[in-house]
Design a protein around this ligand. Structure first.
Ligand code: MLT
Length: 392
């Protein structure tokens, strides 16, 4: 009667597991101020342009003339058009009805699997955001684990031994911060088209790219319109982790087995949702205005200063790391041969610092550790100071 694939999952989800450990520590050490560099949750409030638009939208809901009931299931035309125009600035031409408004990337990464049969195999490049694996395990899908490591800069190339129908690619990567170059991503696009696979491209961190030779969107690559879906979010770009808003691009040219994935997703959304709240979509649209973009860039710059604070400390200590430049995560080698959960406990007990153990992102993450740069700047500076004192 029940979905027995749940038995195949690890006991608890990574970030839930960490929260339990942190709560247990706080129960034993009440009143401790923890320096939270664990889950990638933003510390800065929504920018003024978004807040103003949210307030105005609340007022709209108070008047019969401006009130909105159910919203279009695939997204309000004003927001779909705004997002398509945002892509156009990078030379990616989308029709607004190729853009679907969602309640966030993590929600969508699970929901989008409705498009695929249970027999489809999913390739996950590890270390990986754990929801990719767990969402597919819940559905009983076979997972093809593709390990990466320092030897390939955590950016593996496709090869013909990979037998998968769904290819998860996250660039800039969570957790390693590695970013596929244009040529590297092109190789994956060509591979997907050759194999008839579909890339699920997680672009949640694209706004952190500084090196403008790197692709922000998979649709900057030739051939992506026949093999890719892009999932993006305002969470890390505009501080919407608690407000929830994202978007998904499904080209109308994406077809498999005589079915059109854009049309399938319209059918899915019109059945399973009643649209995203009008208020949130107005707030989201404000993030794409010139004013919103300039305010968001200031927040991203603040998180990048956090990254520099942490990487300067790691340089002083002499620990190997990557990321933190074109991405909001710093991925480091645990010191003194510690495994990643031992280092987690060490930092929590000795420094009151919370990070994320690399082993939580897959077996090849063992021996590594992740710091989020989304924390409060003063806390991040204090964490850097304590790290240097503990390990320097
Ligand atoms: C993370 O810490 O990996 C992310 O914040 C998780 C998420 O976006 O759901």
């Amino acid at each position: 009667m029940l979905n027995t694939h749940y038995k195949d999952l690890k006991d608890s989800y990574l970030f839930y597991n960490i929260a339990q450990k942190v709560n247990a520590y706080l129960a034993q050490h009440p009143g401790t101020h923890l320096l939270r560099l664990g889950i990638g949750d933003v510390s800065q409030p929504l920018c003024a342009a978004v807040i103003d638009a949210l307030h105005a939208a609340v007022d709209d809901q108070a008047n019969k003339e401006t009130f909105h009931g159910y919203m279009p299931e695939c997204g309000a035309p004003f927001l779909r058009e705004t997002i398509a125009a945002h892509y156009a600035k990078r030379g990616v031409v989308l029709s607004p009805d190729e853009v679907f408004v969602s309640s966030g990337a993590s929600d969508e990464l699970g929901d989008i699997l409705d498009l695929f049969d249970k027999s489809a195999a999913a390739m996950v490049i590890e270390p990986a955001y754990p929801a990719y694996v767990d969402a597919n395990v819940m559905a009983g899908r076979q997972i093809v684990h593709l390990s990466s490591g320092r030897e390939n800069g955590f950016l593996p190339e496709p090869d013909d031994s990979i037998d998968a129908d769904i290819l998860y690619i996250c660039s800039p990567n969570n957790p390693t911060g590695a970013v596929f170059s244009r040529d590297q991503l092109q190789a994956w696009v060509d591979f997907a088209n050759r194999r008839g696979a579909v890339i699920l491209f997680d672009a949640a961190y694209e706004a952190y790219i500084e090196d403008e030779t790197l692709p922000h969107s998979v649709f900057e690559l030739d051939g992506a319109r026949t093999c890719a879906i892009e999932i993006c979010s305002l969470s890390k770009t505009a501080g919407f982790t608690g407000t929830r808003l994202g978007y998904t691009v499904i080209p109308k040219t994406l077809e498999r087995g005589g079915l059109n994935l854009n049309a399938m997703w319209v059918r899915n959304r019109t059945t399973k949702t009643n649209g995203i709240s009008y208020i949130l979509q107005k707030g989201g649209a404000a993030a794409f205005t010139d004013e919103g973009q300039s305010q968001i860039r200031q927040q991203i710059a603040l998180y990048k200063r956090n990254a520099k604070t942490l990487t300067d400390a790691l340089d002083r200590i002499g620990l190997w790391y990557c990321g933190g430049h074109n991405a909001p995560y710093v991925w480091l080698r645990c010191p003194n041969g510690m495994d990643s959960w031992t280092f987690f406990d060490f930092l929590l007990q000795k420094g009151q610092i919370v990070g994320t153990p690399g082993a939580g992102f897959g077996a090849c993450g063992e021996g590594f550790f992740r710091f989020s740069t989304f924390g409060d700047p003063a806390d991040t500076a204090e964490a850097a100071r304590r790290l240097t004192a503990l390990l320097g």
